[in-house]
Design a protein. Structure first.
Length: 353
């Protein structure tokens, strides 16, 4: 895993969303959706690199017209954010929307662990791949949109425009009752104030969480963690992201398909396409006769539909294309730091409709 030039990266346990582990609470009365198992794919050939002629063939296809770009968790691994099914992925199970909404204990555990993870996750910065994609889109390789399954906000901070956050953004919080949006950073400050014992140890706990996937196990036992209701209506606050078992917003999905329809080709970067949420765009592009280029380390469910299937590191391939087109971004190019109300986190690649 490469590290951004400024040395900032999130720890391996900086899973602010905490859908990496289910809540130890009584099962809700309604059945939970079936969730995928995350971890390396058995028998996958990781670490392969495509030949220069294959990279050239893909570039020739993409240069025919506007490109719709679909990105997944692999886009942000070089920023220190973990993926789901790469060679270094840690097997885990996600918290579902039904668990979060159906159990107060689930929400306590979610927010306690999220509060610790937030301290680590703010270190993530756009990596060279994000910067290269933005530079290409602004110049020699026009893009109808970057459709991202990630909720980390790194594409926008790198300069890509427009960006469609298919699964929302983790820097916002939404009330499930009145729909009001608010700042996750502001909520973080409120929860620290409500939980002074945890606040006093936040740096210690965050450091432990950065050292091992289960580094925040002690936080799991803080069932007394307090979290606030919506200040406007008293409803349940939830990160403005799509959990497993929850549908993406129809208007967002519609915008993504419109961006695909406006493009001549589809470029997939860093997604295994294991779930329907991303795979549907590849299938739609195939039905429409659009060219499809897939770049991922490891197999994807869309491999059989790809016009050109590439292997390798995203930043290396985009760097080769940028150099070929005269739009290179230096490896030491500055990464955009976080703003008070905009903190990144990686993908929620899931079962969303």
């Amino acid at each position: 895993m490469s590290i951004p030039a400024d040395g900032h990266r999130a720890g391996p346990a900086a899973d602010v969303g905490r859908w990496f582990s289910t809540a130890a609470a009584p099962a809700p009365a309604r059945a939970l959706p079936r969730t995928p198992a995350w971890g390396p794919v058995d028998g996958a050939e990781y670490g392969r690199s495509s030949r220069p002629d294959e990279l050239e063939a893909a570039l020739d296809l993409l240069r025919e017209g506007p490109v719709a770009v679909l990105t997944g968790a692999g886009m942000s691994t070089a920023s220190g954010l973990p993926d789901y099914r790469g060679r270094h992925a840690v097997p885990r199970s996600p918290m579902t929307f039904q668990e979060f909404t159906g159990s107060d204990l689930s929400r306590r555990r979610y927010w306690a662990r999220s509060t610790v993870g937030w301290t680590q996750f703010g270190r993530a910065r756009p990596n060279r791949g994000h910067l290269l994609l933005a530079r290409l889109g602004a110049g020699p390789l026009p893009q109808s949109a970057v459709i991202t399954q990630n909720v980390d906000g790194l594409h926008g901070r790198a300069g890509s425009d427009p960006v469609i956050d298919l699964h929302g953004r983790l820097d916002r919080v939404r009330c499930l009752s009145c729909g009001a949006l608010s700042s996750r950073s502001a909520l973080h400050s409120r929860m620290l104030a409500m939980n002074p014992e945890l606040a006093a140890r936040i740096e210690e706990l965050a450091a432990d969480a950065a050292q091992a996937p289960d580094g925040d196990a002690e936080v799991d036992r803080t069932s007394s963690f307090r979290y606030p209701p919506c200040p406007l209506c008293g409803g349940i606050l939830k990160p403005d992201v799509v959990f497993f078992g929850e549908a993406a917003r129809p208007e967002t999905v519609q915008a993504a398909f419109a961006a695909l329809a406006a493009a001549r080709s589809l470029l997939v970067l860093g997604s295994s396409l294991t779930v329907q949420s991303g795979l549907r765009f590849v299938r739609a592009a195939h039905r429409a006769g659009q060219g499809i280029v897939i770049l991922n380390d490891g197999p994807t469910r869309g491999d059989g539909l790809a016009t050109v299937r590439l292997h390798g590191r995203i930043e290396d391939v985009l760097g080769a294309w940028a150099e070929r087109l005269g739009a290179d971004v230096a490896p030491s190019g500055p990464a955009v730091g976080p703003t008070p109300d905009h903190h990144p986190r990686r993908s929620t690649e899931e079962t969303r409709a």
